[in-house]
Design a binder for this molecule. Structure first.
Ligand code: M6R
Length: 608
């Protein structure tokens, strides 16, 4: 959560900070603030609400003179979202300012000690403790003070710090929360994520755990936690800058949904060579693949839903037992893992705190770990034994769409590869599946073109109170994601159920007119799910079905039918999810909600 930006250079800092923060608002958006050294002292400006409030307050930053500063956009963890708790935070005499992303777990203990030493706190945040602790340790050498603070605080942090006694330097510190440094022509920057600096530079350093960056207008130096200078190599960012802009679309979510034909192709095509699946980055010999005894797929939110699909695909195709876990559960349940286990961590951001902790737990237990990750160079990508990137590009909307469909492709490819090596899939069957995979981008395009009909249908449900999603097998996994998409951006209560489970309690919630979305793409289960549709319709439900184009029989049972083109039974998720994404999007638009930044959420959940 939270986005950090810092700048030191020739330009006026505040407009640069605001611009950078606008690219990070997806990380949190309940309040924002900036601290700028104006030549005499550190000035601070904070505002509750979206970044635009701060922007208006400072006239686009113009009212804050100075060429060095730090900024922050917040997703509140400790302390309500208000001006007092918004970052930056000062030390006692306002000579040090700090912005922070992460959680200082021992802040209460430290706060008590500092209070006993005479420090007075103005906010309820854990961050303010860092500012005061810096003050306590600062005896003229910032690096010395910072390293002492790093030894004292527990938890996760990415910090941006300025000292009025060192008015030409920005300090950047990280442990378990992302932070990068951008080297630009007329100054240098720090940021939580690459899009914030792309306007100024493509030359980026990734700060690693327990490292410190010190930036002046023309120089960047790095230190370790012992205060020793270290060397780091800059990386060149290849992204298209437009990838992080709306490009004429009303919302990022709409843009990202429309990018799916490309992002699916980008994830798929480099791994198909001469008609064969080639996953070089997997780095597993056939012998290793054959000796695998178990797979764990571990993730959060939508990434977890791709894992649920993955279970059906791996087990169905490769006959390897798969357990799927929510990362927040996995890390504390003492999972039984050993050398014969592959743990796949799925994450768009590669920074999700629970997923990262699960990865570390898996490594500790001796399992081989594979990250399926979208953000290049992110923590999970760096720490997993192997990494398979989903080439979806930057995803800005909080509700994931293109990263989700790219993750599905990565899992299909892995499952097919394992099935081939383990003798469960013939070359001919694999070739036919590859043909189906290659058809998916065009099929997604076709489904996206049907947006008008879905928008009209969605408009009828903007006042809905409850919506249910039902399906069996892979259709259940699709239902989970359809339901999450709807609730997170429309604020309509919705639940996904394995269709057969509904009558064990939940069916009592069905009333006259309740919308039930039935996903019916698994031919061998058609009849079973249709029986469940009949059950809910008998109790007054209105049923929207998403099914295969040849299942026209369903029109006798469902009230409204959306057809998806023909594909392999393991790949239907990639198609059936498109109308469900569109449905959620148009319900949210119809309700006039902030589609890209739904309340209480943030794109990257870097706290437990
Ligand atoms: O970055 P990650 O893929 O690890 O994020 C996991 C979840 O937080 C994420 O999928 C979340 O559920 C999405 N907002 C759903 O649209």
């Amino acid at each position: 959560m939270c986005g950090i930006v810092g700048y030191v250079g020739k330009r006026q800092a505040a407009p640069v900070l605001l611009d950078g923060l606008s690219k990070l608002e997806y990380r949190g958006y309940d309040s924002a603030g900036m601290a700028v050294y104006d030549g005499k002292k550190i000035q601070m400006q904070k505002a509750t609400g979206r970044l635009k409030v701060l922007d208006e307050q400072t006239h686009g930053g113009r009212t804050m003179p100075g060429t060095i500063g730090i900024g922050h956009t917040r997703w509140a963890t400790h302390g309500a979202p208000n001006d007092l708790n918004a970052h930056p935070h000062y030390n006692q005499d306002e000579t040090i300012a700090v912005v922070h992303n992460g959680i200082i777990e021992n802040y209460l203990k430290l706060k008590k000690k500092l209070t006993a030493k005479g420090y007075t706190f103005r906010s309820d945040t854990d961050t303010e403790v860092v500012a005061m602790l810096l003050d306590y340790y600062y005896k003229g050498d910032p690096i010395e003070a910072i390293t002492k603070v790093m030894h004292r605080v527990e938890g996760s942090y990415a910090l941006g710090i300025i000292f009025s006694a060192h008015p030409d330097l920005v300090y950047a510190v990280r442990k378990d929360s992302p932070l990068i440094v951008g080297k630009a022509e007329d100054g240098n920057l720090i940021a939580s994520d690459v899009p914030a600096v792309l306007k100024y530079t493509r030359e980026v350093y990734f700060i690693q755990n327990e490292e410190i960056g010190v930036l002046s207008e023309s120089q960047i130096r790095f230190y370790n936690i012992d205060g020793e200078e270290i060397e780091k190599e800059a990386k060149q960012i290849e992204w298209d800058i437009n990838a992080a802009e709306k490009g004429g679309y009303e919302h990022f979510m709409l843009k990202e949904m429309n990018e799916q034909p490309k992002t699916v192709s980008d994830t798929l095509n480099p791994r198909i060579k001469d008609g064969k699946i080639v996953i070089e980055e997997l780095g597993m010999s056939d012998e290793e693949i054959r000796s695998l005894r178990k797979i764990h797929i571990v993730a959060c939110g939508s990434a977890y839903h791709t894992g649920v699909t993955g279970k059906y695909v791996f087990e169905g195709l490769a006959r390897i037992p798969v357990e799927v876990d929510l990362a927040s559960e996995f890390r504390y349940r003492g999972p039984i893992l050993d050398e014969g286990t592959l743990v796949i961590i799925v994450s768009q951001s590669g920074e999700t705190a629970d997923s990262l902790a699960a990865l570390r737990e898996a490594k500790k237990c001796g399992a081989l770990t594979l990250g399926i990750v979208n953000v290049v160079g992110s923590s999970i990508a760096r720490e997993a034994d192997r990494v398979m990137y989903t080439w979806a590009g930057p995803e800005i909307a909080v509700a994931t769409t293109k990263a989700y469909t790219a993750q599905l492709i990565a899992l299909y490819l892995l499952a097919m590869k394992f099935a081939l090596v383990r003798g469960r899939l013939s070359d001919e069957a694999c070739a036919s599946m590859i043909k189906d995979l290659k058809a998916i981008p065009a099929q997604i395009q076709m489904l996206l073109a049907n947006k008008g009909d879905i928008q009209r249908f969605a408009n009828r449900y903007i006042a809905a109170k409850d919506v249910f999603f039902i399906g069996r097998g892979i259709d259940y996994a699709i239902s989970l994601e359809g339901s999450l998409k709807l609730k997170e951006i429309s604020y309509i209560h919705s639940e996904a159920y394995a269709a057969g489970e509904l009558k064990h309690g939940t069916i009592s919630l069905i009333e006259e007119g309740t919308l039930v979305t039935a996903v019916v793409t698994q031919e061998e289960l058609y009849k079973k799910t249709i029986s469940n549709i009949v059950e809910v319709r008998t109790r007054g439900a209105f049923v929207m079905a998403v099914t295969n184009e040849d299942n026209t029989e369903i029109e006798k049972t469902a009230d409204y039918v959306i057809y998806i083109p023909k594909t392999n039974k393991y790949f239907t998720n990639s198609l059936a999810i498109i109308p469900l994404q569109l449905f959620s999007y148009y319900v949210s638009v119809g309700k006039g909600l902030d589609v890209d930044k739904p309340r209480n959420l943030a794109k990257s959940v870097t706290v437990e």
